[in-house]
Design a protein around this ligand. Structure first.
Ligand SMILES: [Zn+2]
Length: 226
């Protein structure tokens, strides 16, 4: 039952806003990994500057925090002049991140791919395949990276491939339970995106709001880049 619930709710509700008071927020999942130190040398899995829509350890900064696997997940978009899209946002091509390269955040082996899910019309959700098109990387140290919502057909790596940090995996899209084009990323301790513990993902050597971060976790509202 829990598995079913989490699989339905997994991923992004980007249109959810802070319309409710903090008293109304659900509790964060009681993780045993709050102070976990990431073993894999991770870098941000994209080029140029992106913006953290949801990220952090608290439910107010990160709606994912309610869920075990996604406890420390990030939803990341590109934002220019205060908006994630040009035009009226009715088409995926309006969104600045749509079709942008997504890269391996760390070295590892590709163990799972979905690449044939249609991209949604913005504002609609596909709850049948919550992750949409996805890539799972086994970092071969008990850590697994899950990247979700790729553009249909854009994934250019295969199961069994060894990838290196920074290698392109595919393009950002709007497939699965996603209201607009974005990257969902999280680290966890199993290969099954619906059964495992989410782990804090510390990235190395990036910029958050133009401040250099040697080792840190992006949080809501930060502009981040390598
Ligand atoms: Zn997400």
């Amino acid at each position: 039952m829990i598995k079913l619930v989490s699989s339905i709710i997994i991923m992004t509700i980007l249109f959810l806003t802070a319309s409710c008071s903090s008293d109304d927020l659900p509790d964060a999942y009681p993780s045993n990994y709050l102070d976990y130190e990431t073993k894999t040398a991770l870098e941000l899995p994209f080029n140029d500057e992106w913006w953290v829509f949801w990220g952090g350890h608290n439910v107010s900064d990160n709606y994912h925090a309610e869920y075990r696997e996604q406890r420390f997940a990030l939803d990341i978009v590109q934002k220019i002049n205060g908006s994630t899209h040009a035009g009226n946002g009715s088409q995926n091509d309006d969104y600045y991140c749509f079709g942008k390269a997504l890269n391996a955040p760390g070295n590892g082996k590709i163990i799972d791919i979905i690449n044939n899910i249609e991209d949604n019309i913005p504002g609609q959700f596909n709850q049948d395949t919550p992750t949409g098109n996805r890539v799972i990387i086994d970092h071969e140290n008990g850590e697994f990276s899950i990247l979700a919502h790729f553009k249909k057909g854009s994934i250019i790596v295969s199961i069994g491939d060894n990838v290196v940090k920074g290698q392109e995996l595919g393009k950002a899209g709007n497939s699965g339970n996603s209201s607009e084009p974005h990257l969902h990323y999280h680290l966890q301790n199993t290969a099954d995106p619906f059964n495992g513990d989410g782990l804090p993902a510390q990235f190395l050597n990036y910029y958050a709001n133009d401040t250099f971060i040697e080792n840190g976790e992006p949080v809501k509202n930060q502009f981040i880049k390598n």
